[in-house]
Design a protein around this ligand. Structure first.
Ligand code: ATP
Length: 239
């Protein structure tokens, strides 16, 4: 597999506080990788740095072999990187349809975007049912589907998803993950997902990174990590 994203030795600071320290990731085209780590470990900061929301204080980031540090989020979205931020930030007073179309300015192809939206509604039947309702009225699970669908409107090849299961009932989380897996199967989407807990992600991720206090403590295949205690040792701090 070819490498799509290469994060090399990246550090990110907020003022004097270094939130992420010397992090390296290698993400192959079409793969599913997960960053697992406790609250405050720096997971969101890494995704923000990749998507152009914050500039690293050190290190390199390459996408398709091109350096992307310093490029603006809109520009990176147009190149194929899309971030689904934590917290299901829908536009509550806009309808589902409007929430989806807001993202389409990145593509600058009105007819194509309407076509994309129609295809997405086939994948997200629940959003079709709610199409003309305001997003603030949707359930938590539906809002999570909507922010994922909205991110897909920019036609990404790399989708960064920040804690999709946060605050959702387990059954709904299963649905969200089934959808993410389907997106990868059908569209060859590359996924990098943040999660606080590892139980679910070990079932389907290929590569797992454990992040604690801003540093990667462990990288392994999910298959390896399902056995043994390496993951919990890294997560809870004995390595
Ligand atoms: P969470 O599960 O809470 O989202 P996380 O692993 O995603 O945690 P980050 O949100 O990346 O962690 O935060 C890493 C560290 O950076 C934390 O100590 C956090 O308080 C700090 N931090 C995050 N955003 C900012 C900011 N905008 N300004 C200052 N400090 C920040």
């Amino acid at each position: 597999m070819t490498e799509m994203l290469k994060v090399s030795d990246v550090s990110v600071a907020y003022g004097r506080m270094t939130a992420v320290r010397n992090v390296s990731l290698s993400i192959d085209n079409g793969s599913i990788s997960v960053i697992v780590g406790p609250n405050g470990a720096g997971k969101s900061t890494i995704l923000r740095a990749i998507a152009g929301g914050i500039k690293p204080s050190k290190g390199h980031i390459e996408f398709d072999g091109q350096t992307i540090v310093g490029r603006r989020p809109e520009d990176l979205a147009a190149s194929g990187i899309s971030l689904v931020p934590e917290g299901r930030h829908v536009f509550p007073t806009l309808t589902v349809r409007e929430n989806l179309l807001v993202a389409s300015h990145v593509v600058r192809d009105r007819a194509g975007s309407l076509n994309d939206m129609e295809r997405l509604l086939q994948l997200f039947p629940r959003l079709r049912e709610r199409f003309s309702q305001t997003a603030g009225k949707l359930s938590g699970g539906e809002q999570q589907m909507l922010v994922i669908a909205r991110a897909l409107m920019t036609r990404p090849r790399l989708l960064l998803v920040d804690e999709p299961s946060l605050g959702l009932a387990p059954k709904i989380v299963d649905e969200v993950y089934e959808l993410l897996l389907e997106l990868r199967r059908e569209r060859g989407l590359t996924l990098l997902i943040n999660e606080q807990t590892s139980k679910r992600v070990l079932k389907f991720a290929e590569t797992v990174y454990v992040l604690r206090d801003g540093s990667i403590r462990l990288k392994g295949s999910a298959q390896q990590l399902r056995l043994g205690t390496a993951l919990s040792d890294a997560y809870f701090g004995s390595v």
